[in-house]
Design a binder for this molecule. Structure first.
Ligand code: MF3
Ligand code: CO
Length: 257
């Protein structure tokens, strides 16, 4: 069942989302060669707590940290580690969930560490672009798979692949609600979109094969071929028929709606 959020609930999600987007923006200045993945998570945790909010991921199904930090071939759910030091040329994905007054926002970005290869810069840019291609279909009158199809077209046209094993999701008082939102598929299928629906739209895309593996820590998802992966996610609420991205900082180059 896809729940429709009330105006009061949407307002709480917006407050969470604004902090989430701001932290993700601030990380651009934190992430540089020599920083550990634990340093990144410590910054995120401190910022969430300073706002009086709660890191949604900490303890979720036993996840041991307040943010997921995934490097290079790691797709999602990387566990922060003080021994994992970022090097020039790496790419790193940071995923943040924040609960405010019982309402959740979920968002992620992939960052370059110093100067990166053209391929690394390309996969980051295409992942972000594919989110916005999907977002254009996140409106009343469209169906759920119109979002999925638009993401896939954008990613594959650029020569990258779409991860199948992990998907986006409805979001609200729980981080994971119905429906599941694939980043691939034919258009025109699934539920019709309505005002009050809230989604975490999150393309995860790979340089090579879309196949994945999970490491021995039972969390970290990696590409099966060891090539690069990128992740870009925002929480989006359909308000007045249109998509409102609640986790995009206004200082980002495509702020607001
Ligand atoms: N943002 C992730 C998602 O959308 C959740 C992180 S998994 C957790 O599914 F266990 F760390 F919470
Ligand atoms: Co998510």
């Amino acid at each position: 069942m896809i729940t429709l959020k009330t105006d009061k609930e949407i307002e709480k999600m917006r407050i969470s989302g604004k902090v989430n987007g701001s932290i993700l923006f601030e990380l651009k200045d934190i992430i540089k060669p020599g920083v550990s993945t634990k340093d990144i998570e410590a910054y995120v945790e401190k910022r969430i707590r300073a706002e009086g909010m709660t890191p949604t991921f900490l303890g979720y199904n036993g996840y041991p940290a307040s943010a997921c930090v995934s490097v290079n071939d790691e797709i999602v759910h990387g566990i922060p580690d003080e021994g994992r030091i970022l090097d020039e040329g790496d790419i790193v994905s940071v995923d943040i969930g924040i609960t405010h007054a019982g309402w959740v926002s979920d968002a992620a970005r992939t960052y370059p560490v110093g100067r990166v290869s053209d391929t690394a810069a390309g996969i980051i840019a295409v992942c972000r672009e594919s989110f916005f291609a999907g977002l254009a279909h996140c409106r009343v009158g469209e169906r759920l798979s119109d979002i999925s199809h638009a993401v896939q077209e954008t990613v594959e046209a650029a020569g990258f692949s779409v991860v199948r094993d992990y998907v986006g999701h409805g979001i609200g008082s729980r981080m994971h609600e119905d429906p599941q939102i694939r980043n691939y598929g034919v258009a025109g299928k699934g539920p019709r979109l309505l005002s009050g629906m809230a989604f975490a739209i999150e393309p995860m895309i790979n340089e090579g094969t879309y196949e994945t593996k999970v490491l021995a820590d039972n969390w970290t998802a990696v590409t099966a071929d060891g090539k690069l992966s990128a992740h870009y996610e925002n929480t989006v609420i359909i308000t007045g028929g249109e998509p409102e991205v609640i986790t995009l900082d206004e200082r980002d180059d495509r702020g607001g709606r």
